[in-house]
Design a protein around this ligand. Structure first.
Ligand code: ADP
Ligand code: MG
Length: 327
């Protein structure tokens, strides 16, 4: 099974940022309100994620590290509805097979937490008591220590850290209700307190995208025929230092989609600057029946049932908001 897990890991775990993505999604699935991410050396040396979610009961710790032992799907019907992020029961065993992984967790009512340790080989010792508040800590050390071929493909600490921070940003922009903090080599790099008021939300976007983005953008809030668009689109005066400040969420999930980018670009270039690519953070909400987000969990793809309607709604909403702002 170790080999099978390592093969699966090839798909799930490409680099430190993919570990962070999977672990963060697990924390969110567990209902965490506060997540702390600590990484060392771009995540190669260590990735530790602590959450205050529901925790994993002692007798399920080993199960969580076994293949296809997801607790999230009870039936095929569920599979169709999974809005829940991970659902393949593959991430933890895959990560455990290519790193030195320690899982510590406690559930409400436990006197103590429990720790389970792996070392990339088959099997795990039985859990031992370890102090831990309700929630889970996953500590991933020495990623790919036993897979030199993959280790070789890792880039510099800086590059790997960049990817990893981007994953945290994306999630930070998708869940304003969750407190997120990131440290790199002991230094705090992102601190995003839970945000509920408009001012707090602005503050979070400013922290993730830079204060200039909020200052030099148009706020969007449009709704029509069951479609809702909210967020910000940068004015031409806003010049990005970040190469690619384009975040689009459909029902809370980040996507990259041709229909979307086309509509946004058209509206932007129509009103403002031709030949320039807009910076934006936008949230589209629509009836889940009108969109298939299940296409591929890792690829950020969606399929709209009525793509023309979505396109036109995006175009006209943005067009109106931008035109009103007066270039
Ligand atoms: P999946 O998320 O697809 O179910 P994973 O391999 O990512 O599979 O996780 C396996 C199982 O471990 C999850 O179904 C969940 O029951 C448990 N689990 C993992 N991480 C956490 C966490 N942070 N808090 C609570 N439970 C967790
Ligand atoms: Mg998962």
């Amino acid at each position: 099974t170790r080999l099978i897990n390592q093969i699966a890991a090839g798909e799930v775990v490409e680099r430190p940022s993919s570990v962070v993505k999977e672990l963060l999604e697990n924390s969110l699935d567990a209902g965490a309100g506060c997540i702390q991410v600590d990484v060392e050396q771009g995540g190669r040396r260590r990735i530790r994620i602590r959450d205050d979610g529901c925790g994993i009961p002692r007798h399920e710790l080993a199960l969580a590290l076994s293949r296809h032992a997801t607790s999230k799907i009870a039936s095929l019907e569920d599979l169709e509805r999974v809005a829940s992020l991970g659902f393949r029961g593959e991430a933890l065993p895959s990560i455990a097979s290519v790193s030195r992984l320690t899982l510590i967790s406690a559930v409400a009512g436990d006197d103590s937490g429990w720790r389970l340790q792996g070392d990339g080989s088959d099997g795990f010792d039985s859990p031992e008591p370890a102090p831990h508040p309700v929630g889970t800590t996953v500590d991933v050390k020495d990623l790919f220590f036993n897979v030199p071929a993959r280790r070789k493909f890792l880039r510099t600490e800086r590059t790997e850290y960049g990817h990893l921070e981007e994953v945290v940003r994306r999630i930070g922009l998708s869940r304003f209700d969750v407190t997120l903090a990131l440290t790199h080599n002991g230094k705090t790099t992102l601190r995003l307190p839970a945000a509920s008021s408009t001012a707090e939300r602005d503050q979070r976007v400013a922290q993730v995208c830079g204060p200039a983005f909020i200052e030099q953008s148009v706020h969007i809030q449009q709704a029509s025929a069951g479609l809702k668009l909210e967020g910000w689109i940068g004015l031409p005066t806003f010049s990005r230092s970040q190469a690619d400040l384009q975040y689009f969420y459909v029902n809370g999930r980040m996507v990259r989609d041709k229909v979307v980018s086309h509509a946004v670009r058209q509206a932007y270039q129509d009103v403002l600057y031709h030949g320039r690519h807009p910076a934006f953070v936008l949230y589209l909400t629509l009836d889940p029946m009108l969109v298939d987000v299940n296409a591929h969990p890792a690829k950020h793809e969606v399929r709209f049932r009525e793509s023309r309607m979505v396109h036109d709604f995006l175009f006209s909403s943005l067009h109106r908001a931008l035109a009103e702002s007066g270039p």
